[in-house]
Design a protein around this ligand. Structure first.
Ligand SMILES: Nc1ncnc2c1ncn2[C@@H]1O[C@H](COP(=O)(O)OP(=O)(O)OP(=O)(O)O)[C@@H](O)[C@H]1O
Ligand SMILES: [Mg+2]
Length: 247
């Protein structure tokens, strides 16, 4: 179980402080699939990085399986079974896709078949990619999918995916949502997926809308999706204007 207690994060801005996350508390039970969604700049990635240990909160506490991990670094959290896939994954010159999957799995003798299974889940063919370097020669969508495959290979207890849909074609996206559904159905891991995609939101046990650094709404997909659509219309002056004109 993951528990966030009164998490705040602020950065210095000029003479003052800029609040990025403001007093966020939430609990995520084991094997749940939770989607964080909400407007750009709302604080979703920062919250994910706080959970992974990439950002240290200004105040608050994080508990993982009852243990206080607030002071632990990324490596220790990874050892405790937490993994995070970047919104914009880094590239590693000199490291092949096979190396990355081998490192992630912790199995020095990871077979080609196993690599192929992970890559197939994100719509890639092992024959084409295993010996490629994870460098700038890969397209944005390819590097994103390879990183997701490496999280699957890590087989962590808590998997955090930051906008897995970004830059991914429709066919691969369909494979990916199937993979999320399978992991969820077999209760193999707890998943936090940051997403703006209705298809992913509809898979969630719980949807948490993060805006202005706070939890704006939370509920089931069927409760939250209509609210999101209503908010979208309400805040776009062009759409609202068109609606008025159409009446
Ligand atoms: N170190 C920092 N210094 C200043 N501002 C920051 C810092 N880190 C994050 N922010 C700001 O905090 C806000 C939240 O950023 P974050 O990346 O968490 O948003 P997000 O919800 O993931 O957005 P998106 O949907 O665009 O990915 C943004 O306005 C961002 O510019
Ligand atoms: Mg983000």
């Amino acid at each position: 179980m993951l528990e966030l207690k009164h998490i705040s994060y602020s950065v210095r801005e000029g003479d003052g402080e800029l609040g990025i996350l403001n007093d966020i508390s939430l609990t995520i039970d084991d094997h749940k699939l939770v989607v964080f969604t909400g407007p750009n700049g709302g604080g979703k990635t920062t919250l994910a990085k706080v959970i992974m240990g990439l950002v240290t909160p200004t105040s608050g506490q994080i508990l993982w399986n009852g243990r206080d991990i607030t002071e632990l670094g990324i490596t220790e959290r990874a050892r405790l079974g937490i993994s995070y896939g970047f919104q914009q994954p880094p590239r590693f010159k000199g490291l092949t896709v096979r190396d990355l999957l081998t490192l992630a799995s912790g199995d020095q003798k990871l077979s080609k078949d196993k690599c192929c299974q992970y890559l197939t889940k994100v719509g890639l063919c092992a024959n084409d990619y295993l010996d490629r370097e994870v460098d700038v020669s890969l397209s944005g969508g390819e590097v994103k999918r390879i990183e997701i495959a490496s999280i699957l290979a890590r087989n962590a207890e808590l998997m955090i995916f930051d906008e897995p849909e970004a830059g991914i074609d429709l066919w691969s996206f369909a494979r990916l949502t199937e993979t999320f559904e399978q992991i969820h159905a077999t209760a193999k891991a707890t998943m936090i997926i940051i997403s703006h995609q209705e298809r992913i939101i509809s898979l969630a046990d719980e949807v948490i809308v993060v805006g202005d650094g706070a939890i704006r709404h939370r509920g089931t997909a069927s409760e939250i999706l209509p609210q999101i659509l209503a908010d979208t219309l309400g805040t776009c002056p062009v759409l609202t204007h068109k609606e008025v004109k159409a009446q």
